[in-house]
Design a binder for this molecule. Structure first.
Ligand SMILES: [Zn+2]
Length: 116
């Protein structure tokens, strides 16, 4: 099966996709009429699902976070909130450290297995 890689964000879309699932960029539908912007790329069978689908914990962790920079901002924010909560409220604020770790691991996962 052929897929088409978005030239803008790098997401692997289905070949019949009119626009990129993530950034909504219009994708060239065939090589003959294309501007050379989006060349179909062949993904080895079995890897295509891997490239497209994020596991639930990654999808939830990065829900609504469009870019890597924003995701990193949430890591930093979570650490700041956790530290502030512990100092001014209760050790229960340490739970926010878990959120920071979650964001961090999700970012690492996307770096390795997918694209922003
Ligand atoms: Zn895209």
């Amino acid at each position: 099966m052929n897929n088409i890689k978005c030239p803008h964000c790098g997401l692997i879309n289905r070949l019949d996709a009119l626009t990129c699932l993530r950034c909504k960029l219009a994708l060239a539908q065939n090589a003959a009429g294309g501007q050379g912007a989006a060349a179909p790329v062949a993904i080895p069978t079995g890897l295509e699902e891997f490239a497209e689908e994020r596991p639930l914990w990654v999808a939830v962790g990065l829900w609504g976070l469009k870019t890597r920079a924003v995701a990193w901002a949430f890591v930093v924010l979570s650490i700041l909130v956790a530290t502030g909560s512990i100092v001014y409220w209760s050790w229960l604020g340490a739970i926010m450290y878990l959120a920071a770790v979650w964001y961090f691991l999700a970012i690492r996962w996307v770096d390795k297995n997918s694209a922003w």
